[in-house]
Write a protein that binds this ligand. Structure first.
Ligand code: 6AU
Length: 457
């Protein structure tokens, strides 16, 4: 076959340019190897890059299920570029260097959640570099099932040996290398060994690097630095009481959740002092509006009227009932740049009409709005493999006894450890306590300990 001939002459070329050497070499881990491959030099030979891209193209031409390419840094980056130019497939790049987190992206380039990514690698020995790359790509929402590799040290080495007609090496060396390669075969598919990503075990700071919504990134940071996963449901009807409580419990919470439409003496003048307190104590303002109408109405409810929610609340809740329109409306409405949505996938109410199909469809909807959706309001660990999303769980109280209107409570330990809650919403457990400040501190401590227990190995 023409491609076989091409592969053969390519293998000899690799030898000629010193990309493959035979002799006695020490590997990274200190073992001796009779064959050494370093394909970095190939960038100096553009004709060889052309040939390489053709050969790889040959390998992947039947693959219909590839949307995007990613080279394993660094040697395979130019190889992936060459393949991208040949195929017209777009490419992303994974950063390898130590990242100072915050805004720096791990994956550069344009991609969509669920894009099927083909990994391009130069040489596979243990597959650990491929695994690192796959981990980052999967965390960003890409799907990685296939890799195309120029040289599997077993297969590739053997090929070069087979093509030894030009007597690049003597027979003794040929035997030695054959024996070595036979003994050090890579057998398992490395992609199958990709570690499962599990948010329950990940520290918040690591997860903040994987979050796409700016408010989630900020929240993860606040949670880590203040060591609190407590969101106070300040369900009070008096402005002054809300401000006083916010000021007092501010040091212990990551978010203050309001139902602004229950405030009997509401005046827009409430908002600025509330914002000042949130800034001073470093927590996020969260309006639990539970938007559920058609997009056009939601846009007005969110940004207009006396509450002008979009001008002060960084977070809001929304039902997924009417589908994409709600999220499009929140995304496009005027107001603060910084905004995030928690979608309700379950409720804590007894007899709720939400069923499994609805819950699953809600989770699916989040995938289309990675930069808008901060997380999910739910009672169960519905998603483990999206560490950038936050699980917000209400219905939390130290004594797990409900009220007489269908509210069902669970204890902090239970919701965090058993049910996967990242942020716990506590309302009456604090507002109705004899000493709300001591109660807030206690909830903060118990919840944080439970989180630490959950992530410990
Ligand atoms: O601790 P509580 O029962 O005093 O307050 C719980 C708070 C209330 C509810 O409106 C809200 O959490 N909530 C939500 C949210 C946050 O959206 C969903 C839900 O399923 N159950 C629930 O209680 O402000």
């Amino acid at each position: 076959m023409a491609s076989d001939k091409k592969l053969k002459s390519f293998a000899i070329d690799l030898f000629r340019i010193n990309a493959v050497k035979f002799g006695e070499f020490k590997t990274k881990v200190g073992l001796m190897t009779p064959v050494y491959c370093d394909l970095r030099v190939i960038v100096s030979y553009p004709e060889l890059m052309q040939t390489l891209a053709d050969l790889l193209l040959e390998k992947i031409k039947d693959k219909k299920n590839v949307d995007i390419l990613c080279g394993v840094p660094y040697t395979a980056l130019p190889i992936a570029t060459a393949l991208s130019l040949k195929t017209g497939l777009p490419m992303v790049m994974r950063r390898k260097e130590a990242k100072d987190y915050g805004t720096k992206k791990l994956i550069e380039g344009v991609f969509k959640d669920g894009d099927r990514c083909l990994i391009v690698e130069d040489i596979v020995t243990s597959g650990s570099s491929i695994l690192e790359t796959v981990k980052d790509l999967v965390n960003e929402g890409l799907k990685c099932k296939d890799a195309v590799v120029l040289l599997n040290r077993e297969q590739g080495g053997a090929k070069i040996l087979e093509n030894n007609e030009e007597k690049c090496i003597d027979t003794a060396m040929q035997q030695k290398v054959k024996k070595y390669l036979a003994e050090t075969q890579v057998t398992e598919s490395v992609l199958n060994k990709a570690p499962a990503i599990n948010r329950f075990k990940m520290p918040f700071l690591d997860r903040s690097k994987l979050a796409k919504n700016p408010v989630s990134i900020k929240l993860f940071g606040i949670m880590s630095s203040k060591q609190t996963t407590l969101c106070l449901a300040a369900d009070l009807t008096d402005s002054t009481k809300i401000l006083n409580l916010a000021e007092q419990v501010g040091p212990y919470i990551c978010a203050l959740k309001t139902h602004i439409d229950i405030v009997e003496d509401f005046h827009p003048n409430l908002i600025q002092p509330l914002k000042d307190i949130a800034k001073r104590h470093n927590f996020v303002l969260f309006e639990d509006r539970k938007f559920a109408d058609i997009g056009n109405t939601v846009e007005m409810q969110y940004s207009k009227g006396i509450y002008q929610i979009s001008s002060w609340a960084s977070l809001v809740t929304a039902h997924s009932l009417t589908g994409k329109g709600v999220l499009d409306a929140i995304k496009g409405a005027p107001g603060n740049e910084e905004r995030g949505v928690f979608l309700l996938a379950e409720t804590s109410a007894a007899g709720s009409l939400i069923n499994d199909t609805y819950t699953k469809a809600t989770l699916k909807l989040t995938a289309d709005y990675p930069d808008l959706v901060s997380g999910i309001v739910c009672q169960n660990p519905l998603f483990s493999d999206s560490p950038g999303l936050i699980q917000l769980t209400p219905g939390v109280k130290l004594e797990s006894k409900g009220d007489n209107l269908g509210q069902q409570y669970n204890t902090p330990d239970y919701v965090v450890i058993e049910k996967g809650a990242d942020i716990a919403v506590v309302g009456r457990g604090i507002t109705e306590a004899a000493d709300p400040v001591t109660a807030a501190k206690l909830y903060r401590d118990v919840l944080w300990k439970a989180y630490e227990k959950r992530i410990e190995n």
